[in-house]
Design a protein around this ligand. Sequence first.
Ligand SMILES: Nc1ncnc2c1ncn2[C@@H]1O[C@H](COP(=O)(O)OP(=O)(O)OP(=O)(O)O)[C@@H](O)[C@H]1O
Ligand SMILES: [Mg+2]
Length: 158
Amino acid sequence: MYILTRNSKETKKLGKSIGEELLHGSIIALTGELGSGKTTLIQGIGEGIGIISIIKSPSFTIINEYPGPIALYHFDLYRLRDEQEIISLGYEEYFYKREGIVAVEWAEKIKDFLPKEHLKIDIQMLSLSERKISLKPCGFYYKGIVNRIRGLEGKRYR
Ligand SMILES: Nc1ncnc2c1ncn2[C@@H]1O[C@H](COP(=O)(O)OP(=O)(O)OP(=O)(O)O)[C@@H](O)[C@H]1O
Ligand SMILES: [Mg+2]
């Protein structure tokens, strides 16, 4: 399914609804070109989880951890040079320990390392301020989340 948003506020709201659905161990894999709104959506997800700190685009760190009711591990792989780097960062600890929620920007760079079950989110830029946000569940648990988001669509994002 996909959702159209007309500004960053709507994208954040969508993120918040997604965040409210997430449990420990959830993996969100985001793709979309530079400036499409990946971090904006994750800010909303953080809000939905109940994270108080402001989620920023990390400039040099690849992994940022935000404590909250459930911890959020924000991966920004823009500067990831090769797959070896994700191995040395100890990605398995984050992906398989299921302690917190993992959100990965530029997830296409590590597609062979992602757990099979995850929620794929792709953001397409339709214009300066319009985005097409596609949700693709991989696995039963994520299908449930996407079905609930579909039920909310239209009521809450605009
Ligand atoms: N509908 C929209 N949804 C999200 N962001 C929007 C929208 N319309 C305009 N924007 C703007 O687009 C920019 C998105 O920036 P953001 O940092 O979230 O993107 P990103 O995909 O994380 O970028 P990067 O690839 O650099 O990490 C912001 O400046 C935001 O205000
Ligand atoms: Mg970003």
